[in-house]
Ligand binder design. Sequence first.
Ligand code: KIV
Ligand code: ZN
Length: 388
Amino acid sequence: MSKDRVYIFDTTLRDGEQVPGCQLNTEEKVIVAKQLEALGVDVIEAGFPVSSPGDFNSVVEISRNVTEPVVCALTRAKVVDIDCAAQALHLAKRKRIHTGIGSSDIHIQHKLKSTREKVLEQGISAVKYARRFVDDVEFFCEDAGRADLEFLALMVEGVIAAGATVVNIPDTTGYTLPWQFGERIKYLYDNVPNIDKAIISVHCHNDLGMATANSISGLANGARQVEVTINGIGERAGNTSLEEVVMTLKSHPYLNLETNINTKGIYAMSKMVSHMMNMPVQPNKAIVGKNAFSHSSGIHQDGFLKHRENYEIIDPEDVGVPSSLILLTARSGRAALTHRLQVLGYKFDKDEMEVIYMHFLEMADRKKQIEDEDLFELVKIDEVEALL
Ligand code: KIV
Ligand code: ZN
């Protein structure tokens, strides 16, 4: 059975970059955009042009410098924003305007100070206006995770009829649970008569740590575009991370969903974004964290050395990490120590290993982590023999 294509919409340079301390200049944004192109993303959200002259300029330069991905610019549902985005995108080979408005009653009443009828009308007008400039218009129903479902369906139907090619269903506040978010997407497929005329996109935030799970649930229920950032950077607790979604789809082939991402480029991309945006990756971060392919307890190390798949569901080389790591600590067993010594060219018999292991434990308690240099000290041959 052939797989369905999932489009990867990367918003590292828009939703990710708006985080304090993560700001890049135009030159840096172009470098990241070209690397995203090499990684195989389908859409690059390059910025929010009306927000500042710097953002406008970045969208212009990214449009000039990338050719394969669609370049996308964000707007509110306002003429002034859409005019500005259209101008910023004029050099793009493939371009998209991403416009939208709040869809939940909380946003409608307390942010927009408006009514459902008025925001619906404003959204529809924005799509029609944006279509004057580009053939590809994405509409976001902000805070769709908390919106009244019947109203959300009405909004989706209205903007598709007005010409939206993609409709984004964001869980802006990261509020929903995976099955609830999936049910929202399913409800839209069951209740919006013209839904097949557009691609449904999911854009999830990570406030409860559910962003990836919610995105996968949305995809499993029919969405075919997912909005992500590298390393999951983004507002508050962040956005869905590209590497988690891509590797989840790859690791679960029965979902029959595939992306265009060259997964071997993931680790380098993560390193570049972390370095340029001054945003360290937590060591236990899935896929790209320093410990993602490190094994430290004796039982795990022994199992891993017997067969990699005992403790790894992904081959690190598939994401561009050269190899797994066996960390030598006081929790390590004899198997891990013997293995590392063999890599370093040493072979000892059982009695010798026993003596070395006892000294290793004593050293590991003292030093926490044992490096190769420490092992060279530990196994000075004469001393080992003298100890026997
Ligand atoms: O989280 C969100 O709702 C957004 C929209 C602007 C798409 O980032
Ligand atoms: Zn967002």
